[in-house]
Write a protein that binds this ligand. Structure first.
Ligand SMILES: [Zn+2]
Ligand SMILES: [Zn+2]
Length: 388
């Protein structure tokens, strides 16, 4: 049997076990950087296939790395995510973990024939923690030549934008006063917050397509009969590119400063760095698509009507050729990432089927990156051009 055939056979042979691993992670959702059960489950499963995982990585307790194959050649990383949201595995990261594990199990079946190395990278805290950003900074990806993962969705797409994002917190400081007896003595920090929202809504007229600004009030005052001395709002700001994000964020901060001026308050601005936009490598994505087609999975290269969020895979895509394709685990309109309904689909036979298809396409793409130097060179050339 051919080596690709042996890769697929190994995944099929382990399918029930791989699904069980994913289901156990689904049944015990853990928030960012608390994914101890998931890491234990995944690294124990790796041991069962004779693969040793190293942890912690990059100073992160719930990051891990396992590698195998021939020395001296290129290294290709397959990334696992496994953190959940407060409403459970509503982003389906249990399937991402299961697909990465399955791909590696397939490749391990031909480990003695690989001219390069396969690296399974366990990346925690995607939901707001930026585990990959931290791992990149700590050098965990320094020796990797290309990287890939898959994400569950309501449709199957080879590429889809992911927005550059950051979080901005505004803390307004006013002066408290009795709201009925002496309102003229106070300056309402809450008014500063409310005017910030209004000014941002005004500014939306001028933003480029793909810009997203959404906020919540995290402190709106303590009592209705006290003019709030302190109030706070937190915004997520997103745009198609890192450069556009900088312009939008500058404008958002000016809105808060103007609100402070108009309300006689003072505002502290705290900007927390987020993720870079995703620059999908088309050379790799199209090869992944060819494998999906062979597996009988229908897909679109892209779909302008699809929604998009942000991912710390964006930062990886700035560092090396990388892909983040999506596979449907439900139909359009049935559920979307982060909804309660998506939790159910992430533990549905259809979800596990998508997980195994993604695993097979990733394993074959990885195999070809390691064994076809011209393919890896083309992916690198595309990356160099788009980052030139
Ligand atoms: Zn998510
Ligand atoms: Zn996600």
């Amino acid at each position: 049997m051919s080596l690709p055939g042996r890769i697929l056979q190994a995944i099929d042979a382990a399918a029930e076990h791989l699904i069980d691993v994913s289901r156990r992670i689904h049944d015990q959702p853990e928030l960012r950087f608390e994914e101890h059960f998931a890491v234990k489950t995944l690294t124990e499963a790796l041991s069962g296939f004779g693969l040793h995982a190293q942890t912690p990585i990059g100073g992160l307790e719930t990051a891990f790395r396992a590698e195998f194959g021939g020395g001296g050649g290129p290294k290709v990383a397959i990334l696992a995510e496994y953190d959940a949201l407060p409403n459970g595995h509503a982003c389906g990261h249990n399937l991402i973990a299961g697909a990465a594990l399955a791909a590696v199990v397939g490749l391990a079946a031909v480990r003695d024939h690989l001219p390069g190395q396969v690296v399974l990278m366990g990346t925690p805290g995607e939901e707001g923690g930026g585990g990959k950003v931290i791992m990149l900074e700590k050098g965990a990806f320094a020796d990797i030549h290309a990287a890939m993962m898959f994400h569950p969705f309501d449709r199957t797409l080879l590429v889809n934008p992911a927005l550059a994002n950051q979080w901005i917190t505004f803390t307004f400081h006013g002066k408290n006063s009795h709201a009925a007896a002496a309102p003229w003595d106070g300056y309402s920090a809450l008014s500063g917050v409310i005017q910030t929202f209004n000014l941002i809504d005004n500014a939306r007229l001028h933003f480029r397509d793909g810009t997203r600004i959404h906020g919540i009030i995290t402190d709106g005052g303590k009592a209705v009969n006290i003019i709030p001395q302190t109030a706070q709002a937190m915004f997520s700001v997103r745009a198609f590119t890192v450069d556009s994000l900088a312009q939008v964020s500058e404008r958002v901060i000016k809105c808060a400063e103007a609100a402070a001026l108009a309300t006689g308050t003072r505002v502290d601005v705290d900007v927390r760095r987020g993720y870079k936009d995703m620059r999908d490598n088309l050379t790799m994505a199209r090869r992944f698509g060819e494998h999906l087609r062979t597996l009988g999975v229908t897909f679109q290269e892209r779909d302008p009507s699809a929604g998009f969020g942000s991912t710390d895979m964006g930062d990886v895509s700035y560092a090396m050729p990388a892909i983040h394709p999506y596979l449907a685990i439900c139909d359009i309109g049935e559920a979307m990432c982060h909804q309660d309904a998506f939790v159910e689909w992430a533990n549905h036979p259809r979800g596990y089927q998508a997980m195994l298809s993604a695993a097979k396409a990733m394993a074959l793409t990885t195999y070809e990156l390691l064994t076809q130097p011209e393919f890896l060179a083309a992916a690198k050339a595309e990356w160099a051009q788009s980052h030139g």
